[in-house]
Write a protein that binds this ligand. Structure first.
Ligand code: XBP
Ligand code: MG
Length: 227
């Protein structure tokens, strides 16, 4: 029986990647680093999940850039810049998200987040969209560096399940990217996928259901649930 929903954040709750890209570029410029990620470059680099990991991949690709501790400090500055950008307003939830979360609550389901981004960015997004704290919205948050291996590794989903105290069969994951779908599937979860602007070209075929967005998605009723 379905007991919980687990949401990815970036690209699933909202189209956040343009704000991430802007935060990276503003931070690179402020640091006087000769790095800049245009749209197509960022699209390609998104295959590397995690901001720090993405910066390290770019360092390898360009043969330039800071050593690990300076890179980590740069990523902290990027996180602060991202929060500033979100706080200026204008970020909207993706279709169906507000309704789905309200309906899940009304149905007594528990809500969780399993994301590559940092807990601070989940908070910034919750404030930007709901004007509420993330802990007020979600029972469980599994995020960022809490796991050492990021998506497509299942670690962040397994952590969310562990914190929910539920087996994978009692939860349903929502994702927008191939790496995210693979992570959730590897954790044993059923997945509903809806590609975002930055993952439109991803192969999401390992999800049980692929929709353009969650606008028309209805939660499985008891009658339709296995077990
Ligand atoms: C999203 C990401 C994140 C953001 C940047 O992946 O890969 O890294 O792009 O966030 P997913 P940070 O939606 O699959 O979780 O810079 O905070 O890592
Ligand atoms: Mg995502």
């Amino acid at each position: 029986m379905l007991r919980a929903l687990i949401f990815d954040v970036d690209g699933t709750l909202a189209e956040t990647e343009e704000a991430h890209r802007r935060a990276f570029n503003d931070t690179f410029a402020a640091a006087g680093l000769g790095w800049h990620w245009d749209h197509d470059t960022y699209l390609r680099l998104l295959k590397v999940t995690g901001g720090k990991e993405r910066m390290k991949a770019w360092r390898v690709e360009t043969g330039t850039g800071p050593h690990d501790s300076a890179l980590a400090a740069l990523h902290r500055a990027k996180t602060a810049r991202y929060a500033e950008i979100l706080a200026t307003g204008g970020l909207k939830p993706r279709p169906g998200i507000l309704r789905l979360i309200d309906e899940a609550r009304a149905a007594g389901l528990r809500l969780a987040v399993a994301t590559t981004t940092s807990p601070g960015n989940v908070e910034a997004l919750a404030r930007a969209i709901w004007r509420r704290g993330a802990a007020d919205l979600f029972d469980v948050i599994a995020a960022g560096d809490e796991v050492t291996r990021k998506k497509p590794d299942p670690a962040v989903y397994l952590l969310a399940l562990q914190r929910l105290g539920l087996p994978a069969s009692a939860a349903l994951a929502f994702e927008d990217s191939r790496n995210g779908v693979l992570a959730a599937r590897a954790a044993g979860l059923s997945v509903v996928a809806a590609p975002s602007r930055f993952t439109a070209g991803d192969d999401l075929s390992s999800a049980g259901l692929v929709l353009p967005d969650l606008g028309g998605y209805a939660l499985p009723t008891r009658a339709h649930q296995a077990g």
